[in-house]
Design a protein around this ligand. Sequence first.
Ligand code: AMP
Ligand code: MN
Length: 315
Amino acid sequence: MDIYEEVKSAATIGISGHIRPDGDCVGSVMGLYLYLKKVCPDAKIQVMIEKPADVFSCVKGIDEIHTDFVSDVKEFDVFFALDTAKDRLGEAEKYFDEAAKKINIDHHISNKGCGDVNYIMPEASSTSELIYDVIADKSLLDEEIAKALYIGIIHDTGVFQYSNTAPSTLKAAAELISYGFDFPKLIDKTFYEKTYLQNQILGRALLESIVFMNGRCIVSMVDKKTMNFYDAEPHDLEGIVSQLRNTKGVECAIFMYQTDTLEYKVSLRSNGKVDVAKVAAFFGGGGHVRAAGVTMQGTFHDIVNNLSAQIAEQL
Ligand code: AMP
Ligand code: MN
């Protein structure tokens, strides 16, 4: 796919990604935005996602995002859904639905494609790698586009550690760092660095974790009261589930935080033995074989019981 061919006659272009945007969502959305601004200088281009975490403030154009989802355009000529199907676009879903041409670019195996044009590659490391792919003329890349896409790739591969890292991922990253940005600093600031409070919550979640199924599963939870105490937002909890997964002997890790009375956002991670995308999909969520998510209703214990039954079937 050459993305320019898909948008070249558009006067209005909208770009969105999933709710609670992570590094790949921000990286792919902003990488595409910066590229389209360059190749379609006369088009009106708007990004609509929830406010990205402060660590992404180094990405060019981040302050131009319409985080309030207000736009004077009602029917975009082209509207992109990146890193998700349309069901997790949040308030941007209405713009996607109304658009003359809908384009969906994603790497989630649970996404069957919801656009008029679909570029869904479950094998790809990240949606940011896919945006790199669809920029057919690589001479149009620049340092700022490269930085955005690189951030997306490092976040979804755990800095090239996870099994979704392919030779194509490293080749893309190799070309991206040739633009000369300070990549060790970018990795440290956007991926590894935690605030003191984030580390405290992580410590608490580890302390309160419970192993079950003879140590093959681990679960931990942060309730609303604790989140309020630490003044924590969902993005402050990123990384907790992968630390749980690092526990020796664990094949499946569950982390959840309370979003409402009897409602929890659940994150699942596995070492590949358990297909957590399948587990999440059973309860209406989705994701990848080794990383998936879902929102579930019930008490903490009900949810753990329900998830355990599905995990046990696979183990
Ligand atoms: P999380 O643990 O929420 O960061 O999610 C892990 C992976 O699963 C990410 O790639 C998410 O985009 C994906 N994911 C999380 N929740 C859902 C959902 N409800 N539906 C589809 N994919 C999801
Ligand atoms: Mn992604």
